[in-house]
Design a protein around this ligand. Structure first.
Ligand code: PRP
Ligand code: URA
Length: 207
C-alpha cells in the first residue's frame, strides 16, 4: 500500500482519540474533524511546489512564496465529509468546492451515488475529503467520478480507515495519494470499522 500514508503525528492521534469518545458529538465532533482535516492537509502538501508572487509589504514590494491556490479544487463526499471540507476551505478560502453525495446501503454495503455537483477539474489538483474508508466502496466510486474529469492529481484526506478498504483503494487507485490519520484493525460483520468511531455522519449531525 505504497500510496497510503498513515500519520505519525502525536497531535493527530490525540485528536482522533477524542473522536472515539462516544459522548463527543455535534459541534465538538465537527470541530475535531475540521482540525484533523487541516493537519492532514499540512502533511499532504509537504512537498508541494511554491510560486513566487510579488506583494506590497510594509517595507515595499517583494517576492514571496505562495501555494498556487488556483490549482486546487476541494471536493467532499456527503455528508460526513462536510466538516473536513469546511476545515480545508478555512485555509484555501477562494478554492472552488465540489460535492459527491454517496450513501452506502446498510445491508449490501454497496455505495450509491445520488448527486454530483463539480466545478471544472481539468488539470487541477483535486483534494477529496471523507472521514471514513470502510469497505472503500464510497471512495472508489468517488475517485472513478473525479478521474473522468481529467484532473492533474487527486489527493485523498481521510481520518479512519480499515485495512480492507485501504487495500482496495491502493489496488484500484495507485495514482491517488491517501493521507489518513489512523488505520484501524478491521471491519465488523456490518461493515463498521473496529474500533472506529461509529457512524461519522450521524455523530457529526446529531441523527
Ligand atoms: C460513510 C462515510 C463514507 C462511507 C464509508 O458514509 O462517510 O462515505 O460511509 O463506507 P465504505 O468505505 O464502506 O463505502 P455513509 O454512507 O454512512 O453516508 P453519510 O455520510 O451520509 O452518513
Ligand atoms: N461509515 C461510518 O460512518 N463508519 C464506519 O465505521 C463505516 C462506515
Amino acid at each position: 500500500m505504497n500510496n497510503i500514508f498513515e500519520s505519525k503525528s502525536p497531535l493527530i492521534k490525540h485528536l482522533v482519540s477524542n473522536l472515539r469518545d462516544k459522548n463527543l458529538k455535534g459541534y465538538n465532533f465537527r470541530k475535531y474533524v475540521r482540525e484533523i482535516a487541516q493537519l492532514l492537509l499540512f502533511e499532504a502538501l509537504k512537498e508541494e511546489k511554491l510560486i513566487n508572487k510579488e506583494i506590497e509589504t510594509w517595507i515595499g514590494k517583494g517576492n514571496f512564496p505562495f501555494l498556487d491556490e488556483e490549482n486546487f479544487v476541494i471536493t467532499t463526499i456527503l455528508r460526513a465529509g462536510l466538516p473536513m471540507l469546511d476545515g480545508i476551505l478555512e485555509i484555501f478560502q477562494n478554492a472552488p468546492a465540489g460535492f459527491l453525495a454517496i450513501k452506502r446501503d446498510e445491508k449490501t454495503l454497496e455505495s450509491h451515488v445520488y448527486y454530483i455537483r463539480l466545478p471544472d477539474l481539468k488539470g487541477k489538483t483535486v483534494i477529496i475529503t471523507d472521514p471514513m474508508v470502510a469497505t472503500g466502496g464510497s471512495l472508489d466510486s468517488a475517485l472513478n467520478i473525479l478521474k473522468k474529469e481529467n484532473p492533474k492529481k487527486i489527493i485523498s484526506l481521510n481520518i479512519i480507515g480499515a485495512p480492507e478498504g485501504l487495500k482496495l483503494i491502493s489496488e484500484k487507485h495507485p495514482d491517488v495519494n491517501v493521507y489518513i490519520a489512523q488505520i484501524d484493525k478491521k471491519l465488523n460483520n456490518n461493515g463498521y470499522i473496529i474500533p472506529g468511531i461509529g457512524d461519522a455522519g450521524d455523530r457529526a449531525f446529531n441523527t
